[in-house]
Design a binder for this molecule. Structure first.
Ligand SMILES: Cc1cc2nc3c(=O)[nH]c(=O)nc-3n(C[C@H](O)[C@H](O)[C@H](O)COP(=O)(O)O)c2cc1C
Ligand code: SF4
Length: 450
C-alpha cells in the first residue's frame, strides 16, 4: 500500500503531547531549567566529563517507547545532567505522523515517520536544555532500523549515542561521519565489555563511557540471556567494575579513564555516593525518572509504576529474545497464563507482524521462535505509553522508588540523588561548580541559577 511520506521535518511546540484532552498532563512547563537551583555547597558530588562536557553524576536512562522523549531528556539536561531520548517508535507522540501512518504497513514509510519524530524530539530536547548538560539518544541494537536511527540522531544534533540490547559492534562505523558524537555502549558484564573494546580498538575507537546495567534490578530488556541468570553475582557492580578496570590494564588503556556508569535499582543518595566512591563516574537511573512530572508518558503510566508493589513486578521472556522486567498488569497476567500454549504454536509467518513495522531484527512472534515472547511488543508498549492499564505492557525496574508513590519534578529527584535532601516543591540542582544562565520559557526573562 502506498503511504504518504512526510516531505519535510516539521518542528512543533516543545511541550505538545499527544494524549486525550482529559488526561492529567502537567500544564505547559515545568521543565527543570525554570527551577531555581538550591544545593548545599559542602556536599556536592563530583561532576564527570563526557568529552568536553562537565555533567552531573546522574544519567537519565533511555526508556521506550516514548517514556523518555524530549520533555524528560531536555529537563534533565537543563539541570546539567545527561538526558536520554529513547529512539523507538517516537511517532506515538506526534498526531500528524500517526495520522500519516494510519493503515500503512510499509516498513520504509513507517521508518521515515519515526525518523521524522526522532528529529523533532532531539531538537525540542536541545531547545529545553538551552546549552546545558547533554542530550543522548538510546538506540537498541536489536531494532532493525538501528543504523538509520543512529545516523538521524547524529544529524539532528544529539551529543551522544547510547546503544544496548545487543553488542554495538558496528557503532563506530555508523558514526564515522560524526566524530564529535560520544559513543556509549550498555553492557552487563566484563565479558561483553571485552568483546566491544577489542572490536572497537581495531577501528581505533574507544567508548566515551560504558553503562553497566544490572539485570537483577533494571527495567525493560535485561542483559542476561536467560531468566535464571538474572541474579548471577557475576553482574554485581563492584566485581564488574573491578574486572573492567583489569581489562583496561590488560589492553593498555587504563590511562584513557573511560567513565563507568552503573545502572539498575539505584534509588538513594547513599547508593550514588557508594558507587562513586567505588570508582563509578556517574550512575544511570531509569524508573525514578519515568515517574517524574516531566516524564513523557501518560499519568496513568506513572501511577502504575509508582504504585506497583514488589510482588507486582515480574520477569519474563520478551519477543526480542531477552528477559524483561515489567509490572504484572492485566494484559501481562493474561499473556503469561497463555505463554506456554502460545509458544507451542510459534510459527514463522511475516503476517504475524500485523503492523508491518518489523521493528525487530529477530522477533519471536513473527519469526516463530518458541523460546521467545509471543506478542507484539511495539503495540503493547504503545498502549502503556498512552496509559491503557488494561492493554499495556509497563516496563519497570525491580526496586522501590525514592519518593514512594509520589510524582515529583525532575529537579526534586536530582536534588535527592545528589544531596540526600528530600526537598519541598521547587528545589533544584545543578552541577554545583558552575553558574548557569537559563531563560524562562514562559516569560523569556533570564534566570540566574546559582
Ligand atoms: C519503562 C522503561 C523503559 C525502558 N526502555 C529502555 C530502552 O528502550 N532502552 C534501554 O537501553 N533501556 C531501557 N530501559 C532501562 C533504563 O534505561 C535503565 O537503564 C534501567 O531501568 C535502570 O534501572 P532502574 O529503572 O532501576 O533505575 C527501560 C526502563 C524502563 C523502566
Ligand atoms: S510483530 Fe514483532 S517485529 Fe512486528 S512490530 Fe511487533 S514486535 Fe515488531
Amino acid at each position: 500500500m502506498a503511504c504518504p511520506v512526510p516531505a519535510v521535518l516539521i518542528h512543533i511546540n516543545a511541550h505538545d503531547r499527544h494524549f486525550p484532552q482529559n488526561a492529567l498532563i502537567p500544564p505547559a512547563i515545568p521543565v527543570g531549567a525554570t527551577n531555581r537551583v538550591k544545593i548545599p555547597m559542602d556536599i556536592p558530588l563530583p561532576t564527570w566529563k563526557l568529552r568536553n562536557r562537565s555533567l552531573l553524576p546522574i544519567v537519565q536512562g533511555g526508556m521506550g517507547i516514548g517514556v523518555s522523549a524530549h520533555r524528560l531528556a531536555g529537563s534533565v539536561a537543563a539541570l546539567g545532567g545527561l538526558g536520554t531520548i529513547s529512539s523507538v517508535d517516537l511517532r506515538h507522540h506526534h498526531p500528524d505522523l500517526l495520522e500519516s501512518a494510519a493503515g500503512c504497513r510499509d516498513r520504509e514509510v513507517l521508518d521515515q515517520l519515526n525518523l521524522a519524530a526522532l528529529d523533532r524530539e532531539i531538537r525540542m530536547a536541545l531547545d529545553i536544555a538551552s546549552g546545558h548538560g547533554a542530550i543522548a539518544v538510546n538506540i537498541m541494537k536489536a531494532v532493525a532500523s538501528h543504523a538509520a536511527y543512529v545516523r538521524q540522531s547524529c544529524a539532528s544534533g544529539a551529543h551522544a549515542i547510547v546503544m544496548g540490547a545487543g553488542l554495538p559492534l558496528d557503532l563506530p562505523d555508523l558514526t564515522a561521519d560524526f566524530p564529535d558524537v560520544a559513543l556509549i555502549p550498555i553492557l552487563s558484564d566484563a565479558r561483553g565489555v571485552g568483546i566491544v573494546l577489542k572490536k572497537w580498538m581495531r577501528k581505533k575507537k574507544l567508548p566515551d563511557a560504558i553503562i553497566i546495567e544490572h539485570p537483577r534490578h533494571a527495567g525493560g530488556h535485561l542483559g542476561a540471556t536467560r531468566i535464571d541468570d538474572i541474579g548471577d553475582p557475576r553482574f554485581d557492580f563492584t566485581p564488574v567494575m573491578e574486572q573492567i578496570r583489569g581489562l583496561f590494564r590488560d589492553l593498555g588503556i587504563e590511562h584513557e579513564h573511560i567513565p563507568l556508569i552503573p545502572a539498575g535499582g539505584i534509588n538513594s543518595h547513599q547508593q550514588v555516593r557508594t558507587l562513586l566512591q567505588q570508582g563509578a563516574a556517574a550512575v544511570q537511573v531509569g524508573t525514578p525518572f519515568a515517574v517524574t512530572v516531566e516524564g513523557d508518558a501518560h499519568p496513568e503510566f506513572k501511577r502504575v509504576l509508582a504504585e506497583a508493589r514488589p510482588e507486582d513486578i515480574v520477569t519474563f521472556m520478551s519477543v526480542a529474545g531477552l528477559p524483561a522486567r515489567a509490572v504484572l498488569t492485566p494484559w501481562l497476567k493474561n499473556y503469561l497464563r497463555r505463554e506456554k500454549t502460545l509458544q507451542s504454536h510459534a510459527k514463522a509467518d511475516p503476517r504475524r507482524c500485523v503492523q508491518g513495522l518489523n521493528c525487530l531484527t529477530v522477533c519471536g512472534l513473527r519469526d516463530g521462535i518458541a523460546g521467545a515472547g509471543q506478542f507484539c511488543i511495539d503495540t503493547r508498549l504503545a498502549y502503556a505509553l498512552k496509559g491503557d492499564v488494561r492493554k499495556g505492557l509497563f516496563f519497570r525496574g525491580a526496586e522501590n522508588l525514592p519518593f514512594g508513590t509520589a510524582i515529583r519534578p525532575v529537579a526534586d529527584l536530582l536534588a535527592y540523588l545528589m544531596t540526600g535532601a528530600i526537598t519541598a516543591g521547587l528545589a533544584a540542582v545543578h552541577s554545583c561548580q558552575t553558574r548557569v544562565d537559563v531563560r524562562c520559557r514562559n516569560t523569556g526573562s533570564p534566570h540566574r541559577v546559582t
